[in-house]
Design a protein around this ligand. Sequence first.
Ligand code: SF4
Ligand code: SF4
Length: 446
Amino acid sequence: MESVKTMPSAGTAPVPPPAFHVMMKPRGAICNLDCKYCYFLSKEALYPGSRFRMGEDLLEEYTRQYIEAQQVPEVTFAWQGGEPTLMGLDFFKRAVELQQKYRKPGMRIYNAFQTNGVLLNDDWGRFFHEHDFLIGISIDGPEDIHDFYRVDKGGQPTFRRVMAGLEILKKHRVEFNVLTTVHAANAPHPLRVYRFLRDEAGARFIQFIPIVERDNGTGFQEGDRVTERSVTGRQYGEFLCAIFDEWVRRDVGRVFVQIFDVALAAWSGHRPGLCVFEETCGNALALEHNGDLYSCDHFVEPNYRLGNIQEIPLVEMVASPQQRQFGLDKRETLPRYCRECEVRFVCNGGCPKNRFITTPDGEPGLNYLCEGYRLFFNHIDRPMRIMAAELQAHRPPANVMGILAREEAELQRRLARAQRNDPCPCGSGRKFKHCHGRGVKVASRS
Ligand code: SF4
Ligand code: SF4
């Protein structure tokens, strides 16, 4: 495998960021499921003949270097896969011991653990509770929707086993969030998916991750064709709009949807707080089972391998010109179309992994999801302005629900009084008879 090592030269060592994240993949891409859209599974081919198991020595080396490199009082270890529960519980017991061994005075250490939930049992539940792990569990919607792509190695459905895993988390009062991928099978059913997650799964923190799966046979971020399982930009936008419209009328402050939080931060003048929507990135790397470090979890491929933490200190690779440039490229390669876009302040062109289409005037580098982002971010503008104003006035953004309810009641009153040829009270600029009054018989009041 080609190795791209970028060592800083003596005397010009770049300064590392004060904090950065690493997605740890202690079993590499190995998983007990065979989800049809999973981009990790093809990564096995990068390490032919490997056992895909991080050894304890390497775990200790990583823990030491990772903690040492962080210049902030809170540090999060992020466990990913493949499926991290396949390492077995003892590995994580050791991980927690090592974290305590290397913890700096006053430093708080957290663990975030992404799982498909299938192997969870009481032992895992007790351990997660005892050590305050935050669990991300992958659920794509109600049973028929979830099982469409999320199957095991034998092609069998997984929904019931995942829900049993979720029950374990609840039983042991483990904090969890739900990660829902949005793809061709669930994109047409936004409210079924959202209501299921909210009312039946009991999720209070939800992420909706778009599936944009390249159809190129390499598993790498190359080419501009996507599989039929992928969501289209428009579908993704419409999916988010439909859920937002329900959320903003009844769930604000009760259910937290990551992209809505990101948007509120941006409308309030803060940084979005999620790499996908930041101007630059490069501070969320991925560590393979053998110590190889990559620029990002979405770029575990030879050209983005920075080196191995057993040969080059982690902090040097994070600070390397190659990695800094990787992060700056997010802003520097933004097409003019994005630079002039009215929602750039929140979108920032999205994740570079999805920037493989051309703008209407032919410039490369536009995000495949652009149509959806633009639709969604414009759609939520008014409620976001209301929520941002509430925050600014030190009032809860949840007040938006009452404000919108009063506005909608007033609109209904005005619609009920409107005449056929009146301007529509909704403010569309069209006549009532061509807008909300279409097909409505209005008794003449003259
Ligand atoms: S490439 Fe995408 S996912 Fe990776 S760090 Fe940058 S924005 Fe985040
Ligand atoms: S909505 Fe589209 S044009 Fe606007 S910043 Fe995002 S990707 Fe670029």
